[in-house]
Write a protein that binds this ligand. Structure first.
Ligand code: GUN
Length: 298
């Protein structure tokens, strides 16, 4: 890490053996959940509902974690589960029921849905206020237009980590690797927003000389789903590197960032696990509290 860059940081953050600031998603999530609990236990009624279709084990674990953290935040949570053989009409009806239920404030449909189901058609049953994942056309359109609406939780979580760990964004070059609707596309919009003022580049698996494109960047967000893609030669000394990738391997879940090689070059880095994934849940819960306020104001 260059001395110059180190000067930009407060010195009281935990660091990796190589000297990078560890952008700790567990810690920031816990701070956010505690803050939500303070706000909600003042007498608010906030309910998150999840919909799980099929029997994908990791999806079940993610959904269980969301319920656990919702409870810790002082929310009520509900769960609707349908079998892997559920029809499109059954899934859409389940979502419509929750959409119409005044006791439910936020709805999360866990993705991916089993093969043969049209997730976009299911999501369009969500009213914008309850779309706490920010994935419907209305929410995405609002994000593009800079209008009020829920922002997708994973890219929002990346922004919260940058903020919490004092990573400068204004005028800085950022590279987002991966162009998914869930992460890459909204991430570029958030980094380029007024007030954030980074200059984002959207890179992907077909980008020529991806390593040198990334090496120009002050911030790299890796969301390609390619295990260990980002190695030290992708990283400008002192840059912030955030790992959003998830690949399933024999040794468990692995990210897009080769943490051990990157941490001695980067100025700040997220661990995997314990980084951006934790923030997805924290932001989901923040969006759910915001949803209950939007609905109350209607
Ligand atoms: N599956 C993996 N990540 C997500 C997410 O952020 N939201 C939903 N709904 N499903 C997911």
């Amino acid at each position: 890490m260059t001395e110059n860059f180190a000067d930009n940081y407060a010195n009281n953050f935990e660091r990796t053996p190589g000297g990078a600031i560890l952008m700790d998603g567990n810690r920031l999530r816990d701070e956010i959940v505690a803050q939500l609990n303070t706000e909600i236990s003042g007498g608010l009624d906030v309910c998150l509902a999840t919909v799980l279709v099929g029997d994908d084990k990791p999806s079940r674990i993610y959904v269980n974690n969301k319920h656990r953290k919702a409870t810790e935040a002082g929310m009520v949570s509900r769960h609707v589960e349908l079998g892997a053989d559920a029809t499109q009409a059954e899934v859409e009806a389940a979502v419509s029921d929750l959409a119409a239920d005044p006791g439910v404030h936020g709805i999360l449909v866990q993705l991916p849905l089993p093969d043969g189901l049209d997730a976009d058609a299911v999501l369009e049953h969500l009213p914008p206020e309850k779309d706490v994942d920010g994935l419907t056309q209305r929410s995405m359109g609002a994000l593009v237009r800079g209008q009020q609406g829920h922002v997708p939780c994973t890219p929002l979580g990346v922004m919260r980590l940058l903020e919490r760990y004092d990573v400068a964004t204004s005028g800085k070059k950022a590279v987002v690797i991966g162009r998914s609707t869930l992460v890459g596309l909204p991430q570029v919009l958030l980094l380029g927003r007024k007030g954030v003022d980074a200059t984002p580049t959207l890179a992907h698996s077909r980008t020529d000389d991806l390593a040198s494109v990334c090496r120009e960047a002050d911030i790299v967000v890796a969301a390609a789903g390619m295990a260990g893609l980002v190695t030290a030669d992708f990283v400008k000394p002192g840059a912030a590197v955030l790992d959003v990738g998830i690949s399933r391997s024999e040794s468990g879940i692995v990210g897009d960032v080769d943490f051990d090689s990157v941490e001695s070059v980067a100025g700040a880095v997220t661990p995997m696990p314990g980084g951006t994934g934790r923030m997805t849940i924290a932001c989901l819960l923040q969006n759910t509290l915001a949803a209950s306020r939007m609905l109350a104001a209607k």
